[in-house]
Design a protein around this ligand. Structure first.
Ligand code: AMP
Length: 282
């Protein structure tokens, strides 16, 4: 497995690989790899000749009071996991090379970045779409692998790829969870075992809410209030939001039908966790 830090080097290596008829699967991450990331690498490996994994803690997607400086950086361990997981190349550029001092250009995907997490993290999705657009231009992969764990990000990036005609297939992969249901996240490192167990209430609540909808509940307000009560009564977590939106447009639903996405953000102490569940109601 190669580790490359230079944009020019990865660009020419990717070009060379494509010229030799290798297909390239690309998995963008911020590192602190866990089994969720590894599932994306595995899928990319199964569907492509070469897997490129990027590890880049993207300053443009962190707000002023967020955890950019504290975000877990575990490069040595990541490199080992990535190698064992089947990645062929790690691309890990410096922030300075991605955003030199005179940097000016940003990508925004209309209103898709405004709701859900975007309400509480202004400019977050502008940072995400910008860095992924840059990485796609640098690597020109055949396929891009994203997790539905970050549902708003996945929907928004899929739309960016379509709107800007990036010649790449977007593959959205399922969420890998702990046995208790807690979605794996790099930020789970901040929680001890007891808190991680407590945080599993998020997914349990989303699942029960989905069952209510499947059994016939069509009122989004009642579903939202059910989730919020369930999280409050089952933990000390502080809800930032619970929403019930259309899975494609991310607009709040007036009635539970079609492609439904239930999404929540909950603080456990200073650690903000997000999770979601999606389903179809005919
Ligand atoms: P991150 O390093 O948090 O930016 O995540 C990199 C990619 O891994 C994104 O596409 C995430 O949606 C995906 N991802 C994060 N957590 C999980 C998980 N538990 N299961 C599957 N994919 C995940």
């Amino acid at each position: 497995m190669k580790i490359i830090r230079s944009i020019n080097k990865i660009q020419s290596l990717a070009r060379e690989l494509r010229q030799k008829n290798n297909s390239i699967g690309f998995v963008p991450t911020m590192g602190a790899l866990h089994a969720g990331h590894l599932s994306l690498i595995k899928r990319a490996k199964a569907e492509n000749d070469i897997v490129i994994l990027s590890i880049f803690v993207n300053p443009a997607q962190f707000g002023k009071n967020e955890d950019l400086s504290k975000y877990p950086r575990t490069f040595k361990k990541d490199a080992q996991l990535a190698r064992e997981g089947g990645a062929d190349i790690i691309f890990a550029p410096s922030a300075k090379s991605v955003y030199p001092g005179n940097y000016l250009t940003f990508v925004e995907v209309g209103s898709l970045g405004d709701g859900l997490c975007g309400k509480f993290r202004p400019n977050h999705f502008k940072g995400v779409s910008t860095v992924v657009a840059k990485l796609l231009n640098i690597i020109s992969p055949d396929a891009l692998y994203l997790g539905i764990k970050d549902a708003q990000q996945a929907v928004l990036l899929k739309k960016m790829v379509a709107d800007l005609n990036f010649p790449v297939i977007v593959r959205i992969c399922p969420t890998v969870r702990e046995k208790n249901g807690l979605a794996l996240s790099s930020r789970n490192i901040y929680l001890n075992a007891k808190k991680r167990n407590e945080a599993s209430v998020i997914y349990r609540s989303l699942k029960s809410a989905k069952n209510l909808a499947i059994k016939g509940e069509r009122n989004p307000r009642r579903i939202i209030s059910f989730i919020s009560k369930s999280v409050k009564s089952g933990s000390k977590g502080k809800l930032q939001y619970v929403e019930c939106v259309d899975f494609k447009t991310l607009e709040p639903l007036k009635r539970i039908e079609g492609n439904v996405l239930l999404a929540a953000a909950v603080f456990f102490g200073k650690t903000r966790l997000i999770d979601n569940i999606h389903f179809k109601i005919k």
